[in-house]
Design a binder for this molecule. Structure first.
Ligand code: BTX
Length: 327
């Protein structure tokens, strides 16, 4: 941690309280003049810091900026989010996370940006990522699991994002198979999981998460306005993005550790409980087949099961799922 991060962490650990210059200089291992200089830098970054003679410094407000310091201060995890690579503008956080992972970035490293000029979804589709309104981030994980189980990581991420949204906003979110988070009939978040593996060994996964956090209706181009929404539009209030990321990291780490120790059953049950898909009549297009039927659940591995008109159960591993309009 650099000195700015240490100061922010101290503020975070003592909310609303003055911390003396002496105490901060001891915590940071630098002079009081150096503390003052870093406080000035924090002010330039948009932090509102009150300074009172004899009492010290107190944090009154933080900017809604996704900096490494803002995310790591107050982060309650062992690994997830402990390393943050924050950018202002990138084409996409996904290739940057791949590069970081290939260079040996630790599990839990987050690559994020305020703006993506070429954000991507699945199958080369674009992901609209305007400046400062959303959470555009890629998480690196290195699970020791067999290749066929890696799609479960997308479901685990969806469960974690959905829980973080519920806990932070109280909004009734649903998970649409395999990788979308919906509020009502509109998409608030998409997840893109990319894998790097050799023969049967997973090197790492890059999980891209695009969450419309503080977008207002005008932020969406016409073609998205009907199908997309944001937490702010739905709840009527802006959210603190850094805090949301901290909560997501805590929840994801808990779900992930439980998964590694005990398997997929808990995430499966949670996914089914909050599913948008289960019980609906769906139209499935895989690379090789087209199929209609009712989505009836996930199997033990996280594969979607669809029952056709004749009562036959089909397993859907990877496909685009469309829904009947009135369902
Ligand atoms: P997807 O292929 O399921 O969804 C892409 C589709 O979603 C688009 O074709 C469009 O219809 C719609 N869409 C595009 N932008 C938005 C938006 N902001 N809100 C709602 N709907 C939208 C979903 O793919 C996976 C998206 C992952 C995005 C993250 S952001 C961080 C990381 N970096 C990166 O380039 N991608 C991931």
């Amino acid at each position: 941690m650099n000195i700015k991060q240490v100061i922010l962490k101290a503020f975070h650990d003592h909310p609303g309280r003055f911390i003396s210059g002496e105490e901060l200089s001891q915590t940071c291992g630098c002079s009081r003049t150096a503390v003052w200089k870093h406080i000035e830098e924090l002010r330039k970054d948009g932090y509102e810091v009150e300074a009172v003679r004899k009492s010290g410094y107190r944090l009154l407000g933080a900017p809604d900026r996704l900096s490494a310091a803002e995310i790591t201060a107050g982060l309650d995890t062992d690994r997830m989010g402990q390393h943050v690579i924050a950018h202002d503008e990138v084409v996409s956080t996904q290739p940057l996370a791949h590069e970081a992972a290939a260079r040996g970035a630790k599990e839990g490293t987050l690559v994020l940006a305020e703006l993506q000029t070429g954000g991507k979804g699945r199958l080369g589709r674009p992901w609209h990522s305007p400046k400062g309104t959303g959470i555009w981030m890629s998480l690196i994980i290195r699970p020791a699991i067999p290749l066929p189980k890696t799609p479960q990581m997308t479901l685990l991420t969806a469960v974690s994002v959905a829980r973080a949204i519920r806990e932070e906003t109280g909004l009734p979110v649903k998970i649409k198979w395999p990788n979308d988070i919906f509020i009502g009939d509109k998409k608030v978040c998409g997840i893109l999981t990319e894998l790097n593996a050799e023969s049967d060994r997973v090197n790492y996964l890059v999980i891209g998460i695009g969450l419309n956090a503080n977008s207002v209706a005008e932020d969406f181009p016409e073609e998205l306005a009907r199908i997309a929404t944001s937490l702010r539009i739905e709840s009527g209030e802006p959210i603190k993005r850094a805090r949301f990321i901290q909560q997501f990291c805590r929840i994801f780490e808990e779900e992930y550790d439980h998964y590694l120790a005990h398997g997929f059953a808990r995430a499966k049950a949670e996914w089914e409980k909050h599913s948008y898909t289960i019980g609906r009549w769906v139209n499935v297009q895989t690379i090789s087949q087209r199929l209609e039927g009712r989505a009836v659940g996930l199997d033990e591995e996280g594969v979607l099961m669809v029952e056709d008109q004749d009562g036959a159960i089909h397993k859907v591993y990877s496909a685009d799922v469309n829904y009947r309009a009135n369902e």
